[in-house]
Design a binder for this molecule. Structure first.
Ligand SMILES: *Cc1c(COP(=O)(O)O)cnc(C)c1O
Length: 428
């Protein structure tokens, strides 16, 4: 499957039925799996053989879908998680634990910002946030001897900044650590971060991959390119024996292609249990089958709405990297030549009050804490998703209080623009 183009992998990747087997991926709704002898099962527990014994760790339905996502991203291995939050936590905690440090773009999803700055801080992992537009000096100055990873988002939710992935990858690699990219908004249809030097890619599959607002989920993809053993002193978890698995050294036993995901499954999924259900994985796969078709329309609608808003007198600013005047237009031309996503951010001249009046008049666009759905939706981050952040933190993340995030769905763009036009009459 790997040599096929993304459109073909979306439809047929991850699962190849044999003669007489189901055409659609089977939902293996079973917590457990039967073996003829305890020795057979013991070999699985020891990671001496691959197979299934308990769905908290691995399940065939989830693995078919993970394999599709790995192929889409051009990675060597992938795993599904219960949510995007779990995927980002696992990707970081698999290599950074108490006493370690990470460098992260400050322009990231509010939930991930909180995960890193509050919850992981309680676990003893420190962070230095840098602007995605920081200078080389600021970026290099953020690293410490105990830095274990660099984190950023291809297109940040909700600030819509575009990360210079090659630049951040070069800095990470110069300091001997991997670059982890949350590729949720771009999806592998529009950007494949591994081709630009990213080592690990994460997803909230809840968004465009599912695309219908059906199931919360996440994924972690390993490029199989980061040489853990070349930096063995930094990554003892991968490069020294795991006593909880009979002294296996993941980087030795599973090599570049398998070490990261095997360790993440064997340790973090075993102990935290943030597993995706086979039923959810089945829904996710249905979404993936049309991802390439839907992304095109989401981007067309996003572009049309952004252009309309940019010409409207009630609007003070529009962020959409497909607009030639946008701060991230040049980076988007490089990393997102086919389009970015359907999410457009804009600020009303009337601030917070105008935003409220505008949103309550919308008929098609629903007020929701969601994005990347087939149905258009919108929200005011400062009073909803980002309400834990102080005004200073909001400003650092590029989110003014009067900002509206509009996620353009798959409806007619004429109807969407008409809905926005009538609602804006309340905002002037
Ligand atoms: C939504 C989102 C997350 C969190 O994902 P959940 O599936 O809601 O846990 C992480 N990163 C980005 C960019 C997101 O948009």
């Amino acid at each position: 499957m790997r040599h096929y183009r993304p459109e073909t992998i979306c439809v047929q990747g991850g699962y190849t039925p044999g003669s007489g087997e189901p055409r659609q991926i089977p939902i293996i709704q079973s917590t457990t799996f039967k073996y003829a002898t305890s020795e057979d099962m013991g070999r699985l527990f020891d990671l001496e053989a691959s197979g299934y014994f308990y769905s908290r760790l691995q399940n065939p339905t989830c693995d078919y879908v993970a394999a599709k996502i790995a192929a889409l991203e051009g990675g060597s291995a992938a795993m599904l998680t219960s949510s995007g939050q779990a995927a980002n936590f696992f990707s970081l905690f698999n290599i950074a634990s108490c006493g370690d440090h990470i460098v992260s773009s400050s322009s990231i999803y509010g939930g991930t910002f909180n995960l890193i700055s509050v919850t992981m801080a309680k676990m003893g992992v420190e962070v230095t946030f840098v602007s995605p537009d920081c200078t080389e000096e600021e970026l290099n100055g953020a690293f410490r001897p105990n830095t274990k990873a660099v984190f950023g988002e291809t297109i940040a939710n909700p600030a819509l900044t575009v990360l210079d992935i090659e630049r951040f990858a070069a800095a990470a690699h110069a300091h001997g650590v991997p670059l982890i990219i949350d590729n949720t908004f771009a999806t592998p249809v529009n950007c494949r971060p591994i081709e630009w030097g990213a080592d690990i890619v994460t997803h909230s599959t809840t968004k465009y991959m599912d695309g219908h607002g059906v199931a919360v989920g996440g994924a972690v993809v390993d490029s199989g390119k980061f040489d853990w053993m070349a930096h063995a002193d930094k990554f003892p978890g991968l490069c020294t024996p795991d006593e909880s698995y009979h002294g296996i050294t993941y980087a030795e036993k599973f090599g570049l292609a398998g070490a990261f995901i095997t360790k993440c499954t064997a340790q973090l999924m075993r102990d935290f249990g943030c597993t995706q259900s086979p039923q959810s994985a089945f829904y996710l796969n249905l979404g993936l089958e049309s991802l390439h078709v839907r992304m095109e329309r989401h981007c067309e609608n996003g572009q049309a709405v952004a252009e309309f808003l940019a010409g409207h007198p009630a609007v003070s600013h529009v962020s959409y990297c497909g607009l030639p005047g946008d701060k991230y237009y040049a980076l988007a031309q490089k990393y997102l030549p086919k389009g970015s996503c359907g999410v457009v951010s804009f600020e009303l001249k009337g601030g917070r009050e105008a935003a409220g009046a505008f949103m309550s008049r919308l008929k098609l666009a629903a007020i929701e804490t969601h994005v990347a759905d087939a149905r258009t939706c919108c929200l005011n981050p400062a009073t909803s998703t980002h309400r834990q952040m102080s005004d200073a933190q909001l400003a650092a993340a590029g989110i003014p209080a009067g900002l509206i995030r509009m996620s353009c769905g798959l409806e007619s763009r004429e109807d969407l623009i008409e809905d926005i036009r009538q609602a804006l009459e309340a905002a002037v």
